[in-house]
Design a protein around this ligand. Structure first.
Ligand code: MG
Length: 216
């Protein structure tokens, strides 16, 4: 069973939802249009989850694994049809993670009109920190960052999200239904780039939690 840590206790993971193109500057850097009608949602297998202290093992079939640093939500209860104003009540914890993406493979899948699963679902493709209980997190706006080998590569500010957190949670609850233990990767800001063996990645959700991952 795949689990995450919330305040030192293990919780089983249900679904892994991910939001794509939720920051305009990131959509632009990959040449994609921004989504305006509804959030772009994709799923990852739970077998892709990776936690400290395990290292990221680069797959042999890609030469271009990109980091995508993202705020991650842990869903605390089953929920359907939540209005945005009440949606965050379903969130049990906040964490920081990486939606690792084989960009070369993703480009090929996109060109063929096929799902992105192969590019984003490999073992270790969903790195995640421990989660901090929502009750201990006062902020409604978050900033976060990714450092690679001590150099800041990405900086995120949830105020720049195209679809804010309550809208994302409301949308998922209505379109798919939320299950206790779901993770929601909320999208990456600009600055995505290739990682290489030997890199050290440090993710920080400011004032909340951080995590570090090596790459082999
Ligand atoms: Mg992403």
């Amino acid at each position: 069973m795949t689990t995450v840590s919330l305040a030192g206790r293990e919780h089983a993971v249900a679904n892994i939802f991910c939001i794509g193109r939720n920051y305009a500057a990131h959509a632009s850097e990959l040449g994609n249009a921004v989504e305006t009608d509804e959030p772009l949602v994709f799923l990852k297998p739970t077998s892709s989850l990776l936690r400290e202290p395990d290292p990221v093992r680069l797959p042999v079939w890609s030469d271009d694994i990109h980091h995508e640093c993202e705020l991650v939500l842990l869903v605390g209860r089953d929920a359907r049809d939540l209005a945005p104003a009440e949606a965050m009540s379903a969130i049990a914890g906040y964490g920081i993670g990486l939606d690792l993406t084989a960009r070369d493979v993703q480009a090929a899948m996109k060109a063929k009109g096929q799902p992105w699963t192969k590019s984003k679902g490999f073992p270790g493709a969903s790195c995640v920190s421990a989660f901090v209980p929502a009750g201990q997190v006062a902020a409604e706006r978050f900033t976060f960052s990714l450092q690679v080998n001590g150099e800041t590569r990405q900086h995120g500010d949830t105020a720049l999200m195209l679809f804010p957190l309550p809208v994302i949670v409301s949308y998922l609850s209505t379109q798919y239904g939320l299950t206790a233990g779901d993770l929601i990767y909320t999208g990456t800001p600009e600055g995505v780039a290739r990682i290489a063996a030997g890199d050290r990645l440090v993710l920080t959700l400011d004032g909340v939690v951080s995590a570090g991952f090596g790459v082999i």
